[in-house]
Design a protein around this ligand. Structure first.
Ligand code: DX5
Ligand code: ZN
Length: 242
């Protein structure tokens, strides 16, 4: 991804907390986004679910449109949907800065990733806990972000699967320069240090962020734990190795 895009520049200097709007109060979406921004958040994660690829339905274009109108922060859109190729242009038109599809429903993602990049949007691939890194190794040059799922996608508030740490370490060794590594699912005070240490640049947090009253305190706390996880000699604090 050429530098200068809000996503690439931001992710180059991680680790960053990417709050997932899935856990926010949608009845006060504008206010939730404004409060997250005032707390110093630099990117927002939007979990789009279709009830087919995952056993849950979350939101679609109206929420993305509203979020786009509410903030200039980069919007990192995670598509947990079948047939994502049908909707790429609409998500790009609606203002996504990053668009991540799942390798499980797009096993040969080269063309769709290229279409996303041609729209000037960061292209991402995500893999679920049962999916090995080998499934997307041949596409690391085709994308700007790899989102490692540390839960089975579909719901916030699930238990972190530490096997994701091994995937992050493997991807850290394989990644082309500039490829952003992200982690999503069960990221909280106990798990965030180990994920940052294992190589995650973007740390998606839903309940560990929006589940608390003081977003400033959450952003500072989670950010400190993530940076501490990166410091030499502090490896592996909290979580056991994956
Ligand atoms: C799973 C979702 C969740 C969400 C974060 O489909 O992608 O992982 O972003 O949820 P928490 O942070 O509450 O586990
Ligand atoms: Zn997500």
């Amino acid at each position: 991804m050429s530098s200068g895009s809000p996503f690439a520049d931001l992710a180059a200097n991680g680790p960053w907390i990417a709050p997932s709007l899935l856990a926010c109060d949608f009845g006060r979406l504008n206010e939730e986004i404004a409060r997250a921004e005032e707390a110093g958040v630099r990117i927002l994660h939007l979990d789009v679910m279709d009830g087919r690829f995952v056993p849950n339905i979350s939101f679609g274009f109206p929420i993305l449109d509203a979020a786009r109108r509410a903030t200039r922060l980069p919007l990192d859109v995670h598509l947990m949907i079948e047939e994502p190729d049908r909707y790429i242009d609409r998500f790009c038109d609606a203002g996504a800065d990053a668009l991540t599809i799942h390798i499980e429903c797009s096993p040969d993602p080269g063309d769709i990733l290229s279409r996303i990049r041609q729209r000037g949007v960061a292209a991402g691939l995500s893999l679920n806990p049962p999916t090995p890194v080998a499934a997307l190794e041949s596409h690391l040059d085709d994308c700007d972000q790899v989102l490692v799922m540390s839960v089975m996608p579909g719901f916030g508030g699930q238990e972190f699967d530490a096997a994701a740490l091994g995937k992050l370490r493997r991807l850290r060794g394989l990644r082309p320069t500039g490829l952003v590594l992200s982690i999503d699912g069960g990221i909280n005070e106990e798990t965030i240090g180990a994920t940052a240490e294992a190589g995650a640049d973007l740390l998606v947090a839903g309940t560990a962020f929006f589940g608390y009253p003081d977003y400033q305190e959450r952003h500072v706390r989670l950010g400190e734990l993530a940076r501490n996880g990166r410091q030499p000699g502090k490896e592996g604090q909290g979580m056991t190795a994956g």
